[in-house]
Write a protein of this length. Structure first.
Ligand SMILES: [Zn+2]
Ligand SMILES: [Zn+2]
Length: 304
């Protein structure tokens, strides 16, 4: 069974190696690597240095398997554990590399950086409002920071991501062995950023854009609109690429969405799916030029 899954390397060291390989194999993406690589590294390093306390265990949570069977993601029933105290620690780690990654919103990021360090807003309230989607509070806080609400929410999403990922890792075992036939994440309910084909016959695994959990999903069904009429689905790839269709973008003509897909069956080493997806940015651009929208936003396909 384990051979069938995507074999990940999510360590900071693994990301570093993957970034080096990407820059060497696709020198035209050097700028992309320089822009987003530091953010990926900083996130992985934060997770390694500030892991969840050992006391957090999946068995201490009541899992609503009936709700899950009805399509309710795990976090909707068990909630997330309180990470508000650790949130202060992630700000100085991730905001600086975000300024390198998102040059277009640098000014807003600088204002937020200053706002957080001057304690202009209540960080605990901010995290709570973000997790509960309390728009009024978020708008007020964005105003106090001098940032636009869109940027404020985008940035909070990036800052919260390492906590989502760590909690998904702890709680995902609760979902194992349970059937899940949906195109959205069984853990947090978000859509996928990238798909991998693994194991015999190329089973499709979707990786969540938000919590990085991965789940099996029918290869011939659109994760967004559930359409399974094969005439509505096609894929593009770079004919000049040495891996050909091993890296491709699947599109659904019914809902006009696209999803990057990596065929992992030939890969011997564990893979970092974030770096691999980042290396497919030309396919992101191609799909968007053709009028398709990503299933989920990633740091490199949003905020152009
Ligand atoms: Zn998720
Ligand atoms: Zn669709």
């Amino acid at each position: 069974m384990s051979k069938e899954r995507i074999r990940h390397d999510r360590s900071a060291g693994g990301i570093e190696k993957a970034l080096e390989n990407l820059a060497a194999n696709k020198p035209e993406l050097e700028n992309v690597v320089k822009a987003f690589g530091p953010l990926l590294l900083a996130k992985a390093a934060f997770k390694e240095e500030c892991p969840l306390p050992e006391s957090v265990k999946e068995e201490s949570f009541d899992f609503d398997s009936a709700g899950f069977a009805q399509g309710e993601p795990l976090f909707a029933s068990i909630g997330m554990i309180d990470f508000q105290d650790d949130f202060e620690g992630v700000i100085p780690r991730l905001l600086p590399p975000m300024k390198t990654a998102f040059v277009g919103i640098r000014e807003d990021l600088e204002k937020m950086e200053k706002g957080f360090s001057d304690h202009v807003i209540d960080t605990r309230e901010c995290v709570r409002a973000f997790m509960n989607d309390q728009q009024e509070i978020l708008e007020k806080q964005a105003g106090q920071m001098g940032a636009s609400i869109q940027v404020f929410q985008f940035v909070l999403g990036q800052l919260v991501k390492p906590f989502m990922e760590m909690q998904a890792e702890v709680f995902a075992p609760l979902t194992e062995g349970q059937q899940w036939l949906h195109g959205y994440c069984p853990v947090c309910g978000s859509h996928a950023a990238v798909a991998g084909l693994a194991g015999e016959g190329g089973k499709r695994w979707l990786q969540c854009a938000n919590c990085s959990h991965e789940w099996r999903f029918n290869r011939h069904t659109c994760p967004r609109c559930s359409d399974n009429d094969h005439t509505k689905h096609e894929y593009f790839f770079d004919r000049n690429s040495p891996v050909k269709a091993g890296e491709r973008v699947d599109v659904c003509k019914e809902c006009r969405s696209y999803l990057l897909t990596i065929d992992l069956r030939e890969r011997i080493d564990p893979v970092n799916m974030d770096v691999a997806a980042m290396g497919m940015i030309p396919l992101d651009m191609l799909a968007q030029q053709k009028g398709y929208a990503p299933l989920a936003s990633t740091p490199w396909n949003a905020l152009k």
